[in-house]
Every structure is written in structure tokens, then in C-alpha cells.
Design a binder for this molecule. Sequence first.
Ligand SMILES: NC(=O)c1ccc[n+]([C@@H]2O[C@H](COP(=O)([O-])OP(=O)(O)OC[C@H]3O[C@@H](n4cnc5c(N)ncnc54)[C@H](OP(=O)(O)O)[C@@H]3O)[C@@H](O)[C@H]2O)c1
Length: 269
Amino acid sequence: MTTKGTALVTGASSGIGAEFARQLAAQGHDLVLVARSAPALEALADGLRARYDVRADVIVQDLSAPDAATRVAGECAARGITVELLVNNAGFGTAGQFARIAPEREHDELMVNVVALVGLTHAFLPGMLDRVAGGVINVGSTAGFNITPYFATYGASKTFVLNFSLALWSELRGRGVKVLAVTPGPVETAFFDRIGTRKAAIGARIATPESVVASALRAYESDRGYVVPGRGNLAMAHLMPRRPRKLIALIGRLVTRQVADELTPSVAR
Ligand SMILES: NC(=O)c1ccc[n+]([C@@H]2O[C@H](COP(=O)([O-])OP(=O)(O)OC[C@H]3O[C@@H](n4cnc5c(N)ncnc54)[C@H](OP(=O)(O)O)[C@@H]3O)[C@@H](O)[C@H]2O)c1
């Protein structure tokens, strides 16, 4: 028996998104699962229906498409689905020497990490405000707190997610709708395969998707605005000096250049 309304999770075909879907289904939410990998989404949906007796819809959509948010919202409307909780989780990273990363990949990264996230928020937030209920969880990263040489576009995309989320959280105070940014450090998912090296974890402790999602859902319930799962990540996010910014950028480069050495090795620095 469902009482908690429908949660739409992007990037639900693996990793953190699949775990959001599992934990939200366990709480009694119906689910809309969005990503490109239809078989993985269908398998997850089947499992959630069987185990938790919830409705689980699949929408196969490439979120780098310019009209992705409109298509997803249109599909929900066509199926009579009201989205109570939007989890903008889909995303991926690029790393290495900026000039040697394929521009098309970085374009898609910004479309998924930023443009689709804003578009889906535009699509579903007005309904939440009308109903004075629900909210949005955006998946950022600890990278979003820092200046990230060799992750220039990824880090900046996650800074966008953090600041965008907190701006909305502030705007919506007292309106009955929650907004949360969850900013994990490294998490054990396919993220590192996609980025091309486990060195992208930069030596930090690697968390499980289970712990990250549990922390996010607790923070969402208490409308905390943002949460940094894990004590080490929390310290990194809050205790690292922010200025002088050029010095911080130069120190950051020393920390992350091992990634550039592995992914784009031949360029002299
Ligand atoms: N793992 C980490 O260390 C870490 C740390 C901080 C933040 N994050 C963030 O956590 C989020 C989830 O990543 P993850 O760690 O769970 O990695 P993951 O296992 O690789 O999952 C990424 C998800 O995003 C989806 N996605 C990627 N490109 C897409 C596209 N063009 N259209 C639709 N969906 C797309 C993927 O689905 P399809 O391939 O099926 O489309 C997949 O479901 C990302 O925003 C990531 O930046 C991860």
C-alpha cells in the first residue's frame, strides 16, 4: 500500500540512483526510473514491484538531449503520474587535461549534470508548490566545494548543483517544499569506470551507496538544505580554506595531477 507519493529518480540504472530507488521504495514511494539503460531499469523496476509492492515506471531517456526534461515531464503527464519527489542524480565526470578531453563529452556532461537537472526542476517544482508538498534532491559532490584542476568541468558542474540547490532552498523557505543537495565524496559505483581511473577518488575513503542515500534521505526529511555524507568529507568540505583562491587552485592541482598523469599523460605541465 503506497502512501508517500511518487519519486522520480534520474540515473536509476546503477549506483547511487538505483540505491535511491530501493530505499524510497522501501519507504513506500512509487517510483519513476529514468536513464538510458532500459534492461537495467526494467530489472530494477521488476524487483521493486515484487519486493515492496509499489508502482515502478521506467522512462528510457538520454538526459543529454536538449529536450530531455520536457520529454520526461510529458511522459509522466501522459501516464497520469504526479511527481512528489524529484531526485536529480544522473551524472558523470570527465577528468584530465582540459584541452585533451573530447568537447562533445564535456558538452554532454553539462547537459546531464546541469541542464537536465534545472529543466526537470522547472518541470516539477511548480506542481509541488501548488500542492504545498514534496521536494527535490540534487546529487552534487564534495568536488563542488573546491576548485578542481583536471576536473575543471565536472567540479564546476557540481559547484553549480550545490549553489543552485541552496539558492532554491532559501527561496522556498516557508512554502512547504524541500530542496536538498547531497554532496558525496567517493562512492563505490561505476562512476570511476566511466571517468577512467580509480585515482579520481584522490585517496579519500570510498563510501557505499547505501550509506550515502540513507544520509541524504535523513537530511531531506529534516530539510537541511545540504548534506555532506561522511565525517572525512564533511571536514574536507568545511575546513579547507577557500582563499586566496589562486593559491587554492594551485594547491588543488598538486592533489589532482595524478589523475591527469594517468588519463592524459603526455602533456607537459
Ligand atoms: N561515485 C562517486 O564517487 C560520486 C561522488 C560524488 C558524486 N557522484 C554523483 O553521483 C551521481 C550518480 O553517479 P554514480 O556514482 O551512481 O555513478 P554511476 O553508477 O555511473 O551512475 C550514473 C547514472 O547516471 C546515468 N546517466 C549518465 N549519463 C546519462 C545520460 N546521458 N542520460 C541519462 N542518464 C545518464 C547512468 O545511466 P545510463 O548510463 O543507463 O544512462 C547511471 O544510472 C552522479 O551525479 C555523480 O556525479 C558520484
